[in-house]
Design a protein around this ligand. Structure first.
Ligand code: NAD
Length: 322
């Protein structure tokens, strides 16, 4: 396959970012784009010389598609993925992969049966700061990790799907899933969680604005994650930050760098990493998923942690994950 021809289901803000990256990659072409909102599909089609659709089933009838991107509101996942799998196409799907585990597991089973290449949009795994941290911790006994995702996203339009619990699952499911996934990726699987949640500031939405989650990792390590949705809207410096304690040492990770002590001095390090779109397109072109760090089935495990935390907050109990 010389050229990888891509179709999009969902043409919102996130999809546009992927489209821009893809259009800069050699041997990649966006051939069709679909959105329920016709003007969004038409606008993306015009920018990328693609064909616009408002019905993904219709788009999937095209015979020139090599791969699909699904960038949808959380509640809209399920049927579109099953249609893509039925059509036998590899896909990249944005995180979180579904609003509940029933849908996610149904899609995961269909993916496995069809033996398709899949990639979830956990792009932080590919960053240099992440890969350096992963290598540094490979032979270490890690004791504890403390993550946080504090931002002001909760302060936007209260009627938007992202700020409705039944449509997005709230901050922990929709957004801080990145931090949950990074904690899993760097620390290993999570066995059980306990969560407290509150809404102290954003009284016009039904999502909590504050979460604390205590995590028991299968390794024996422990962790905490705090998330906050009513923070200063312009300040992202406390979003996706993790402190990891091992032996007598500390790693402070964020997407742009890690800080670690070397010869008594705290140094700041990173290295280049490939964009997730490059990794996915190369995997499709070579029919080789080995460089994909978050296939669909793996992403379901990150979703399960956030959902278990929401359940724990409701029941007041420690909840096993999965
Ligand atoms: N990886 C990241 O860092 C990152 C960043 C931002 C958003 N996201 C994720 O991307 C996804 C989309 O977020 P967004 O901000 O672009 O949302 P958005 O609301 O801007 O866009 C979603 C689009 O999907 C369309 N849509 C809904 N159902 C559809 C269907 N059945 N067929 C076709 N189109 C349909 C909507 O009309 C809308 O235009 C979310 O899962 C979000 O979590 C990921």
């Amino acid at each position: 396959m010389e050229e990888v021809r891509i179709g999009f289901i969902g043409c919102g803000g996130n999809a546009n970012g992927h489209m821009n990256t893809l259009s800069s990659l050699e041997g990649t072409r966006i051939v069709s784009v679909c959105d329920l909102q016709e003007e969004r599909a038409e606008s993306a089609a015009e920018r990328h010389q693609a064909v616009a659709y408002t019905d993904h089933q219709k788009m999937l009838e095209r015979n020139d598609l090599d791969a699909i991107y699904l960038s949808l509101p959380v509640f809209a996942h399920g049927q579109p993925e099953l249609a893509v799998i039925e059509r036998g196409l590899p896909f990249l799907v944005e995180k979180p992969v579904a609003i509940n585990l029933e849908i996610a597991q149904q899609v995961a089973e269909a993916v496995e049966q069809a033996d398709l290449i899949t990639c979830a949009g956990y792009q932080l795994r590919y960053l240099g700061s992440t890969q350096l941290t992963k290598r540094l911790l490979a032979d270490q006994t890690v004791s504890m990790a403390m993550g946080k995702y504090w931002c002001g996203t909760g302060r936007g339009d209260p009627n938007a799907w992202i700020r409705r619990m039944d449509k997005s699952g709230g901050q922990l499911v929709e957004q801080a899933t990145h931090t949950v996934d990074m904690m899993r990726y760097l620390m290993g699987e999570v066995a059980e969680v306990f969560s407290l949640q509150a809404n102290r500031v954003l009284r016009d939405i039904d999502c909590p604005d504050s979460y604390t989650v205590t995590l028991q990792f299968e390794s024996g390590a422990i962790g905490t994650l705090t998330t906050y949705w009513a923070f200063d809207n312009g300040d992202w410096s406390n979003a996706n930050v993790i402190d990891i304690l091992y032996q007598d040492q500390l790693i402070n990770w964020n997407p742009s760098r890690l800080e670690v002590k070397e010869a008594g001095e705290v140094v700041s390090k990173t290295e280049p990493g490939p964009p997730i779109d490059q990794v996915f397109v190369d995997a499709v072109r070579r029919q080789d998923p080995s460089q994909i760090l978050s296939p669909y089935a793996d992403a379901v495990k990150s979703l399960a942690i956030s959902l278990a935390a929401n359940q724990s907050a409701k029941s007041g109990q420690i909840v096993p994950v999965g």
